[in-house]
Design a protein around this ligand. Structure first.
Ligand SMILES: Nc1ncnc2c1ncn2[C@@H]1O[C@H](COP(=O)(O)OP(=O)(O)OP(=O)(O)O)[C@@H](O)[C@H]1O
Ligand SMILES: N[C@@H](CCO)C(=O)O
Length: 308
């Protein structure tokens, strides 16, 4: 028996929601096939992309290992990963593979795990890619839409009711970097001032209330971050200018996608999208970066189908 799983790309953080907020989009998707391996206790990984195939270095492999170990399952599996989400660009690539892997195993062995449990194991897979088990990307990949990770021990993910009409534009620079999220996390401060904490809390509450109440102004005010985006600025030097362009052209708002270097723009019918693309392209070029523009919508959570 084998199971095919599709999991979508995600943009984590959404301004000040570092390791808390994330949204799933239709921009890219990974497809994973999980099948039983004849050899007991053996996890094998295949992929069409140049990602590590060792279990502990692959987010899908490590998540699978942790889940099988924890459930005392000694049967072996093969994980075939067809990457559609480019990695190292802040698009939740490693998270989507980990999410798909645990969902596939859940179906293959009929484990009846809740979505929160799937997140619990999938986030452990992120240790392989970024050195830390951050939950936001995997939570959005599993649940879909916009999510908030309210607790990690135990895992509790809340789906945010979305009452605002918007579409998604991703500005994705060419050139993938190995271990980017790991490095980006090492750039973060250990301590922050009280005033930054207060400002960031204001952003976070504004974003959530804006999405739930359908208030564009609140979402725009909320899509900001005085701590993490600021500390990582060297990774995306074009961001400030692109954000200015987006807001000037009536976008709902803009922030860094995950750990960057991709930029997320939310837009609606009032937004001059063509102008944003043209001016943002020029900004990227002025930094010698070729940027691609991907339009997307909110995506649903990871889906599976049994193949035989
Ligand atoms: N299944 C996987 N899919 C993608 N990348 C993987 C996978 N397993 C291991 N990796 C490694 O993890 C790293 C992924 O990079 P990174 O965490 O920077 O990207 P990302 O997951 O797309 O970004 P972000 O977490 O910021 O959204 C790369 O070095 C890649 O080789
Ligand atoms: N919250 C994580 C997301 C990585 O995509 C970070 O910013 O490091």
């Amino acid at each position: 028996m084998s199971v095919r799983v599709i999991a979508y790309s995600t943009s984590a953080n959404l301004g000040s929601g570092f390791d808390i907020l994330s949204l799933a989009h239709t921009a890219f998707k990974d497809e994973i096939i999980i099948e039983e391996n004849k050899e007991k206790n053996k996890i094998e990984i295949e992929s069409n992309d140049r990602i590590p195939l060792q279990i502990e270095k692959n987010s899908a492999g490590l998540a699978a290992k942790m889940l099988l170990q924890d459930k005392g399952i000694d049967r072996g599996i093969k994980i075939k990963i067809k990457k559609g989400i480019p990695f190292g660009l802040g698009l939740g690539s490693s998270g989507a593979s980990a999410a798909a892997s645990v969902l596939g195993i859940n179906e293959l062995f009929d484990l009846k795990l809740s979505k929160n449990d799937l997140v619990k194991y999938a986030m452990l897979g992120e240790q392989a890619s970024s050195g830390s088990p951050h939950p936001d990307n995997v939570a959005a990949s599993i649940f879909g839409g916009i999510v908030s990770v309210s607790s990690v021990s135990p895992v509790r993910v809340v789906e945010i009711p979305v009452n605002l009409d918007f579409n998604i534009l991703l500005i994705v620079p060419e050139g993938q970097k190995e271990g980017k999220t790991k490095k980006a996390r090492e750039m973060l401060p250990n301590q922050i001032s009280l005033s930054k904490y207060v400002n960031n809390s204001r952003y976070l509450s504004s974003f959530l209330l804006g999405i739930i109440k359908g208030d564009k102004e609140l979402v725009r005010m909320g899509l900001n971050d005085d701590i993490v985006e600021v500390a990582r600025e060297p990774l995306f030097p074009y961001y400030k200018k692109i954000k200015e362009i987006a807001l000037k052209n009536d976008a709902v708002g803009s922030c860094v996608s995950g750990a960057g270097p991709s930029i997320l723009i939310l837009y609606d019918n009032d937004t001059n999208l063509d102008k944003i693309k043209k001016e943002a392209y020029d900004v990227c070029s002025s930094y010698d970066v070729k940027c691609n523009f991907i339009e997307a919508k909110l995506a649903e959570g990871a889906k599976h189908e049994r193949l035989n």
